[in-house]
Ligand binder design. Structure first.
Ligand code: ADP
Ligand code: MG
Length: 487
């Protein structure tokens, strides 16, 4: 495979014109990118190879407008990055550029699906659209099944695929990928190569990929070599072969020579003799790391702020909904004992009522599940309830202004009972229900548990017994039941 000639297009998607970037360091300026001129056509795929420290990551950052050149210009869609206003730069980056940095930038606290949805939400897409696109991208990178995994639950290769899905989430016009197969095993590498080849074949996204990997370089239309911040076409240079044991075992169908040709060196005369990393002090190795961290931090900082804002909004919405549900459950919904009747022989039916105090707001209940207990020996003893409260508990019912009546039948067992009032049995009726503003179970739910306490006339005693025991007048009424305040 021979490298295509440098393309001169009328409207390059991205163009560097004599662009350079020097870092000011304690030891004087370091020129990371030196007067680079480069045009990338829409849909074109360009691989940039070169030794570590040759300026590849910095060039990617320049192309993507992540940093401004200290000399020359970088244009995106014909406009210099530096001429765009802050929000235009952000919008262009968010919507038109997918960035796959060297370091993993998946947010550890978000699931895979949310990570892929995120750039789309930032770009202003609806949740539904973002979710649908994220799902199809996850399917494309073979991780649909893992949509709810957190990044830490994935292998390095899987994380890289998710990061690639995320970089493609907004259907960007330009994908900038920095060593996408670095540190991956042969199989994971093949997966990434396959995805990149698919993206290239689709033709709508231009790719600039920094790589040491012949398999990645092989899919590019053009391969360029970077050395000491300068860029050159890698057309007629000698071939670097990866040692055989590093080769992916059964990667692509391409002939072996096409992979080998992808990895080329400039003529020896063009390679200045650089001091080795070891001899230049710790800062030389620290600097790319710091730059990487800086770029990641800028990207993550923006994303994190966005996530924080979204989470704030979500939390606030949930709070409001809960307040509403709580208000409905506690205030709009009135519930209490409506009446108690006796069928004789210790059999009673207590009727509870539910009532919507604010009928302009719809109110539904699931339940109530009811229970009855009687106080004996200082403890509450549950009684079986004869009507099936479970049947009512499984239904969602609307509560309107008219009272909804819930009968609860029970039979008092034989005494003795604890008597707080002589001749009366202390009974607790409980009702637990879920309250919602919607009848389909989809609304916000709030649980409400009530306990109603009543004194119930001991069925074994006559009215006169009770009057006598309490010292009441002969004509005094002896009610069947007396409602007690909640306690
Ligand atoms: P590559 O990606 O090819 O390894 P980089 O673009 O990361 O190269 O770095 C190019 C050169 O710029 C290196 O010499 C590196 O030490 C230097 N450099 C990178 N980032 C910084 C920085 N933030 N401050 C100072 N020098 C830096
Ligand atoms: Mg780099």
């Amino acid at each position: 495979m021979t490298a295509a000639p440098l393309v001169e297009t009328a409207t390059p998607l991205v163009e560097a014109r004599n662009a350079g970037l020097s870092y000011a360091t304690r030891r004087g300026p370091i020129t990371a990118v030196d007067a680079v001129s480069l045009q990338i056509a829409p849909g074109e795929c360009v691989a940039i190879c070169g030794r570590s420290g040759s300026g590849k990551s910095t060039l990617l950052a320049l192309l993507g407008g992540l940093c401004a050149p200290t000399t020359g210009h970088v244009f995106f869609s014909g406009r210099p990055w530096t001429s765009l206003r802050g929000h235009e730069t952000q919008a262009a980056r968010a919507e038109q550029i997918g960035f796959l940095p060297q370091e993993s930038v998946l947010l550890p606290g978000l699931r895979v699906l949310d990570n892929v949805m995120l750039p789309q939400l930032i770009a202003g897409r609806s949740r539904e659209a973002a979710c649908a696109r994220a799902e199809s991208l996850l399917a494309r990178v073979g991780l649909f099944e893992r949509w709810d995994a957190y990044p830490a639950e994935l292998s390095g290769g899987q994380q890289r695929r998710v990061a690639l899905a995320r970089a493609l989430a907004t259907e960007p016009r330009l994908l900038l990928a920095d060593e996408p197969t670095n540190d991956l095993d042969a199989l994971a590498e093949q997966e990434i190569v396959r995805i990149l080849a698919d993206v290239k074949a689709a033709g709508t996204t231009a790719i600039v990929v920094v790589t040491h990997d012949p398999a990645v370089a092989a899919i590019a239309d053009r391969r360029l070599w970077m050395e000491c911040g300068r860029l050159m076409a890698a057309a007629a240079q000698p071939v670097i072969e990866r040692p055989a044991f590093e080769r992916p075992t059964s990667s692509t169908n391409e002939p072996a020579d096409s992979q080998a040709a992808a990895f080329e060196l400039p003529p020896a005369a063009l390679i200045p003799q650089l001091p080795t990393v070891e001899s230049t002090g710790w800062w030389r190795t620290a600097i790319p790391f710091v730059l990487g961290l800086g770029v990641a931090a800028v990207a993550l900082g923006g994303i994190d702020r966005f996530v924080a804002r979204r989470q704030q909004q979500v939390v606030e919405t949930i709070r409001q909904q809960r307040r509403l549900a709580e208000e409905m459950a506690l205030q709009d919904l009135r519930a209490d004992v409506d009446d108690v009747a006796t069928a004789g022989g210790g059999a009673f039916t207590a009727t509870l009522f539910l009532e919507n105090f604010r009928p302009d707001r719809e109110l539904y209940v699931l339940g109530p599940a009811t229970g009855v207990a009687v106080q004996r020996g200082g403890r509450w003893e549950s009684l079986p309830t004869a009507t099936g409260p479970a049947a009512a508990a499984e239904e969602i019912r609307e509560v309107a202004a008219d009272r909804l009546l819930i009968p609860v039948a029970f039979t008092l067992p034989d005494g003795p009972y604890d008597e707080l009032l002589r001749g009366y049995v202390h009974v607790r009726i409980s009702a637990a229900m879920v309250v919602s503003d919607r009848g389909d179970g989809e609304g916000d739910l709030f649980e409400r548990s009530d306990a109603y306490f009543i004194y119930l006339r001991d069925p074994r005693l006559t009215e006169d017994d009770i009057r006598a025991a309490n010292g009441w007048a002969a004509k005094a009424a002896v009610p069947l039941w007396i409602a007690m305040p909640a306690h």
